[in-house]
Design a binder for this molecule. Structure first.
Ligand code: 5GP
Length: 114
């Protein structure tokens, strides 16, 4: 059996997180190492290793996650704008092998990313 990811352990309540939203399909919590005044991670409860591992039948779930992100941005008062980032694979800078969307805001964000 492969070891649980840190995010699966958060989903299972084994380690604490500063949860800002939860429903039956997803969980959103503050990043432990924030890169902006608001930095939230939105993750599916379904174990999907990365964006590359998303299956065609996950399309409704992906749509749901984006709706949650849109609503969270409003709840967290990111009316000046925000960025949603998915790091995928080693070159993409992914460090946790459980699909996650970074929701960043609260300051101007430069472009391009590093
Ligand atoms: P990645 O680099 O894979 O795109 O993003 C992983 C993110 O997870 C990083 O921003 C990192 O700070 C965050 N992270 C890693 N471990 C934990 C944890 O135990 N709790 C929380 N809240 N965030 C974590």
């Amino acid at each position: 059996m492969t070891e649980k990811t840190i995010f699966k352990r958060i989903i299972d309540g084994e380690i604490p997180a500063d949860v800002v939203f939860e429903d039956e399909h997803c969980l959103a919590f503050r990043d432990v190492n924030p890169q902006a005044p608001t930095h939230v991670l939105v993750i599916p409860k379904k174990e999907i290793a990365s964006l590359d591992a998303v299956a065609d039948e996950d399309a409704p779930l992906m749509g749901h996650l984006h709706r949650v992100i849109r609503d969270l941005a409003r709840t967290l008062k990111l009316e000046e704008g925000y960025r949603v980032v998915v790091n995928c694979g080693p070159n993409g800078g992914q460090t946790v092998d459980h699909l996650h969307f970074h929701l960043l805001g609260g300051r101007p964000l430069s472009w391009p990313p590093g």
